[in-house]
Design a protein around this ligand. Structure first.
Ligand code: SF4
Length: 71
């Protein structure tokens, strides 16, 4: 459920590294492309993810993170 909220990097990525530079705990390079290595769940992580998303030159970062509820 809520698959559309899963954050990921799609095939448009050109491996520029901007997202990794913004937050290397959420993004990592993997064979010339970046990937999401941790889903953003805290407000800090989400702000950082959204900054990377808006900074990506090819709109390769997708997903609408939401703050995780603690039950
Ligand atoms: S900023 Fe965009 S194009 Fe650059 S590495 Fe990250 S996902 Fe790929």
């Amino acid at each position: 459920m809520a698959d559309q909220n899963i954050c990921s990097v799609n095939g448009n990525c050109i491996g520029c590294g901007v997202c990794v530079n913004i937050n290397n705990k959420l993004f990592a390079m993997d064979g010339g492309h970046s990937k999401v290595i941790k889903q953003p769940v805290t407000s800090e992580e989400i702000a950082s993810f959204n900054m990377a998303k808006s900074s990506c030159p090819v709109t390769a970062i997708v997903g609408e993170p939401k703050i995780a509820n603690s039950l």
